[in-house]
Ligand binder design. Sequence first.
Ligand code: IMP
Length: 201
Amino acid sequence: MRFIIATHNPHKLEELRRILRPLGVDAVCDRDLGLSLTEAEETGATFAENAYLKAAAACRESGLPAVADDSGLCVDALSGAPGVYSARYAEPGQRKATLLHRMEQVPEAQRGAHFTSAVCCVFPNGDTVTAEGHCYGRIARACRGEGGFGYDPIFEVEGGKTFAELTDAEKDAVSHRGAALRKFAGRLAEYLNTHKESISC
Ligand code: IMP
């Protein structure tokens, strides 16, 4: 069964492919199909709404079941910012520094933050399968680590390492996206089992 992954982020594409493969899902991106999906506007107020908007647009344009993730970092001391605006917070290349600067005066006990990932699959018949995952941690005082992407170097998890200091497998085991995708994989398998007859992709 072929699904299109509605993302232009190679890290997300790889994580989604890894998790969906054991379900017999052939996860492709628009370029694999010679398509160029329009980037859906993220006008939703929540991660779940934005994931739905991206998946629904990709499903409409490709005619295939489409999976999208919307994710971001919510910082307690900043009233949940950058949240759904994580990808648009400050200029590209300035996001981590801007966040660190705004957190400069915030004491250790108030540096809590969490990542959220909402995953949504939209089928051509309008059905949806969704899941959400979270990872709780804190904002570091400075960037540490070479791995990952986005805010990884400034997000510390249990044990004190940042996401960027973990291996891919270690990050998957504790991350918001890992949690969302594990839940999602279970729900998708259940959906596919009960709709075998009516779905052909
Ligand atoms: P979007 O889901 O494509 O709107 O982008 C979410 C933004 O949140 C990304 O551009 C990253 O800056 C950030 N983000 C989401 N997940 C992660 C992660 O696992 N590590 C670091 N940053 C992330």
